[in-house]
Design a protein around this ligand. Structure first.
Ligand code: GLC
Length: 681
């Protein structure tokens, strides 16, 4: 139990929800309770809801942020949008103390740099690093740095009008900000857009969500005929990535910057005793901008950012991939805009560290892969992918590589950087060695001995050869191969999962030989994996008893529908990145041509059904934003392949040198040596 984490729950007094440095503190005349133990303030869920409402009044100066926003400890962000826009709703005592407030926060921010998280390195021990957040100081600094520099933070209230200009000739307004003009983008000549592209841009802009008058994301779907949008009217972190890339590649950075900063504010940073609360560092799956009446002001409203960490999501799935996507997008923002100041900010650095700490913390698991529940990624329903699914591992590897580039190295991060490097090294070894299958490997598994008890076992996971599915023996081509979907004791999930395999290529989790192998397999199995609509989310579908047992009889995930072998056009942009990286753009171009024939005519569906992707999905939303954005991003990347290469990674030989067996005392042989053949490029 942390004793110093007394933020929020312990006090309903105004102004105390942000800067509480320890027990018995008092800030701005707000006395804190004597004890810092959460247990003493353990509220029931209904009580804490009530508390949330009261917390609305506990806001800090929205003036300092340059927009009318308040943050409460439940990570809801509020923003007034009343008629008196220019005036602050901040209590006068706050307004008066504004200067002092700023300097106090600045201190907190820099203190946090030194104290908020640290990693205890035990590199020479038989385990990976132990990560911990120092108890008593798990305060996440607020977004303030730029204000002190006299700059706008998350968009501009005024003056944007003049800057409105569109790089693409789509007939719609697009704003560019100061960082939307990276050299690499500026040098690209404007291109004539087809009617389909024009329509796509129009729809993408129509999906933009504003918060306090500034764009902060795109809704998942804006299907005009949809009477029951469920949560498709929310901004999903993973869904926004292709939108963000389309905007960035088009020289529009403001919305992406706003998104990154606002989601950062929503990031969970306090673990409460309520076991249904998200853990520190978790990023929400999605958020919604709600406009609610302003307390005590007739006819005035405020915008509220309301995150969903899975507590409302169907199946209550925890979005493990959100934080990973956030880090990946943060790096892409820097690469495409040239604005590296964003990732250098103290609050952003803290956000990265919180995500990493969550991912790198010790558990019972012995593998370098991340252990997660079913449905913790793009496949957010029960599909038998719990354990160590490929998608999460590939995104995890990508995010670690991003973090390695972006983390500011100082005394407080040095050990974290070591932990990141070790994990990268171990993860790539593990994946390349144990997840990779091709004809030769499957034949090896087919002849495996089982029940081997020794550290030298060949069949380490005790895989029974009978597990090799009938479809695979005929399906696997002579050349090429892929990463399997999951690996557990006595269990290999041999299904082909597209996103994970593509990100393995993009991030160089796979060797270049393996990357080529994956693309060879996709080309060879085009009719199965691309068919009438790129691309299958996984192959093959679970059918009959398998479907009933593994999905729990899910009527949405019937064979060849939705997550169970459905075709998802949003995967196009990731295919494009992988193909360009491997210098095979023609393969992706072929897929774009296929998609182009149908997407607009079919009103941009979320997914397609049937074995060959012939039908619009049974319950597919139309005007699905990441379908639209995925298409646009693919077109932009095809046009500017040099930008695709700055979004991917090459083999990092330093990581290969940093042999993981250094962490495994007592092993006489370097385990890398056994994998040499696969590492060789
Ligand atoms: C579905 C998808 C998920 C996506 C969401 C919003 O639940 O499985 O990946 O984020 O829709 O589009």
């Amino acid at each position: 139990m942390k004793t110093g984490s007394i933020i929020g729950i312990s006090s309903m007094k105004p102004c105390c929800n942000i800067l509480i440095l320890g027990r018995n503190s008092s800030i701005f005349g707000c006395p804190l309770p004597k004890s810092g133990h959460f247990t003493e303030y353990n509220l029931s869920r209904s009580q804490s809801k009530l508390y949330c409402l009261m917390k609305k009044k506990c806001f800090h100066s929205n003036k300092v942020l340059g927009f009318r926003s308040v943050v409460d400890s439940n990570r809801r962000v509020f923003c007034g949008s009343g008629s008196n826009w220019g005036q602050s709703r901040v209590p006068s005592v706050w307004a008066e103390k504004n200067n002092r407030f700023l300097s106090v926060i600045a201190n907190v921010a820099s203190n946090t740099r030194n104290h908020s998280s640290s990693v205890e390195s035990r590199v020479n021990e038989n385990s990976f690093e132990k990560i911990y957040i120092q108890s008593g100081f798990n305060v996440k600094p607020l977004v303030i740095e730029r204000i002190e520099e006299g700059q706008d933070l998350v968009g501009k209230d005024e003056g944007t009008e003049n800057e409105h200009k569109s790089k693409v000739d789509d007939g719609a307004n697009a704003s560019t900000d100061q960082f939307g003009k990276a050299e690499v983008l500026e040098s690209t000549p404007e291109r004539h857009l087809s009617d389909v592209e024009k329509e796509a841009w129009k729809l993408l802009r129509g999906a933009v969500v504003n918060y306090c008058g500034n764009p902060v994301g795109t809704v998942a779907a804006a299907d005009p005929a949809d009477k029951q949008p469920l949560n498709y009217d929310q901004v999903f972190i993973r869904d926004f990535v292709p939108s963000a890339l389309a905007f960035l590649l088009n020289g529009e950075a403001e919305i992406v910057k706003n998104f990154l900063l606002h989601t950062l504010q929503l990031q969970s940073w306090e673990k409460t005793v309520d076991c249904y609360s998200p853990g520190q560092g978790l990023m929400p799956a999605s958020f919604k901008v709600r406009t609610v009446p302003l307390d005590g002001r007739v006819g005035e409203f405020e915008d509220v950012l309301d995150p969903d960490f899975g507590e409302s999501a169907i199946g209550r799935v925890a979005p493990v991939d959100s934080g990973l996507w956030w880090i990946i997008l943060l790096r892409a923002y820097g690469k495409l805009t040239g604005d590296y100041t964003l990732q250098e900010r103290v609050d952003v650095q803290t956000g990265i560290r919180l995500i990493l700490n969550l991912c790198l913390s010790d558990g019972f698991d012995m593998f370098p892969t991340l252990l997660v529940t079913d449905g913790s990624c793009m496949i957010d329903r029960r599909m038998g992918i719990h354990g160590h699914p490929l998608e999460i591992q590939a995104l995890f590897y990508s995010a670690l590589r991003c973090a390695r580039e972006m983390l500011t190295v100082n005394d407080s991060t040095r050990n974290l950087v070591v932990a990141v490097n070790n994990r990268l090294s171990a993860l790539s070894f593990h994946m390349r060695e144990y997840y990779w299958v091709d004809m030769k490997k499957i034949n090896e598994i087919y002849r495996y001995k089982t029940e081997e008890y020794s550290t030298e076992a060949i069949n380490k996971f005790n895989i029974y050869p009978d597990q090799i599915p009938g479809w695979l023996v005929d399906w696997i081509p002579e050349t090429g191969g892929y990463f399997i979907g999951n690996l557990q004791p006595a269990h290999m999930d041999f299904r082909f999962f597209t996103l994970g395999n593509l990100w393995a290529i993009v991030s160089s989790l796979s060797t270049s030989k393996q990357s080529e192998g994956i693309l060879n397999l996709i080309e060879e199995k085009w009719d199965d994996l691309v068919a009438q609509m790129p691309l299958k989310i996984c192959y093959p579908a679970l059918e009959h008893e398998e479907w009933r047992i593994i999905t729990g009889g899910d009527p949405k995930n019937t064979p060849w529908s939705y997550h169970n072998g459905g075709s998802w056009p949003t995967l196009l942009w990731q295919f494009m990145l992988a193909c360009i990286k491997m210098e095979r753009p023609e393969l992706a171009r072929k897929a774009v041509v296929l998609a182009e024939k149908r997407l607009s005519v079919d009103h941009w569906p979320e997914y397609y059904d049937t074995r060959y992707g012939r039908f619009i999905g049974k319950q597919a939303r139309l005007h699905q934003t990441w379908t639209i954005a995925g298409y646009l991003t693919s077109k932009l990347l095809l046009d500017k392949p040099e930008l695709a290469s700055i979004l991917s990674w090459n083999e990092d030989y330093e990581l290969l040198e940093n042999c993981v067996c250094g962490l495994k005392r007592g092993r006489s042989k370097c385990s890398r040596v056994t994998a040499k053949s696969q590492i060789a490029v």
